[in-house]
Design a protein around this ligand. Structure first.
Ligand SMILES: [Zn+2]
Length: 210
C-alpha cells in the first residue's frame, strides 16, 4: 500500500499545518490532498442542482440573508463602540469648557483620551468592514460534497469548518466557515440549498431539497 508523505507546511502559503491528515490548509484553504468527493461523478449532482430554481422553496432561500460572520460582527461592534466613545469624549470636553472658567481641565484630558481611543477603534472597525464588503456576496445553488473541520483554530476554541461545494455551473471549490457556537445548525454532506458566499467564506446555506 502506498504511503503518502505527511504534509506539515502548506505548499500554497507556507503556514504550518496544525494536524496531520488534514485535506485543506486552514489558513488559505488550499487543498493539501484530493478529497474523497473528487472521485465521485459530479454530473448527476449538477443535473439536480440546475432544477433548484423551479422548487417552491427557492425564492425564500434566495431572499433570506444569513447572519454576518463573527469577524464581520466584531468589526461592526468595534466601529459602533468607537463612535460611542467619541461622542462621550466630546461631551466631556464640551462640559469642561462650559463649566470652568479656564475652559479646560481634568475632564478635557479624560475626554481627549476617550476621543482618541474611540477614533482609533471606529477607524479600525470601519477598515475591517470595508475590506470584507469589497468581496462580492454571491448566492448559488449548491451541493455539499464534503465537510471537515479544525478545532481550536485560533487558540480560543474557535472551530473552523471547510466545505467542498459543488455549484450548478459545474464548478466546485473549498470554502471556510467559522463556527458560531453550540446552537448552530451544521450543513451535512449531501445537503442541497442556496449557498451565500463572500470570497472564500461560506456565510450560510438555506436548505432547498432537489
Ligand atoms: Zn495555506
Amino acid at each position: 500500500m502506498a504511503q503518502t508523505a505527511v504534509i506539515t507546511t502548506c505548499p500554497e502559503c507556507g503556514a504550518k499545518i496544525p494536524k496531520a491528515g488534514m485535506s485543506i490548509c486552514p489558513y488559505c484553504v488550499a487543498p493539501l490532498k484530493a478529497s474523497p468527493g473528487k472521485s465521485i461523478d459530479r454530473e448527476p449532482l449538477v443535473q439536480r442542482l440546475v432544477t433548484m430554481p423551479e422548487k417552491p422553496d427557492y425564492a425564500a432561500a434566495c431572499a433570506t440573508a444569513p447572519p454576518w460572520s463573527p469577524e464581520y460582527q466584531r468589526a461592526k461592534n468595534r466601529q459602533m463602540q468607537g463612535s460611542l466613545l467619541v461622542v462621550v469624549g466630546l461631551v466631556f470636553v464640551a462640559l469642561q469648557y462650559l463649566l470652568s472658567d479656564a475652559g479646560w481641565g481634568f475632564w478635557t484630558g479624560l475626554g481627549g483620551v476617550l476621543l482618541l481611543v474611540g477614533l482609533w477603534m471606529a477607524l479600525r472597525g470601519m477598515l475591517e468592514r470595508s475590506k470584507l464588503d469589497r468581496l462580492e456576496l454571491q448566492k448559488r445553488p449548491v451541493y455539499v460534497i464534503e465537510r471537515s473541520s479544525v478545532t481550536d483554530f485560533d487558540g480560543k476554541g474557535t472551530v473552523r469548518y471547510f466545505f467542498d461545494l459543488q455549484f450548478a455551473d459545474g464548478t466546485d471549490g473549498i470554502y471556510f466557515y467559522t463556527g458560531r457556537g453550540v446552537s448552530e445548525e451544521l450543513y451535512a454532506n449531501g445537503m442541497t440549498g442556496v449557498a451565500w458566499t463572500r470570497g472564500r467564506e461560506l456565510l450560510g446555506i438555506n436548505r432547498v431539497r432537489v
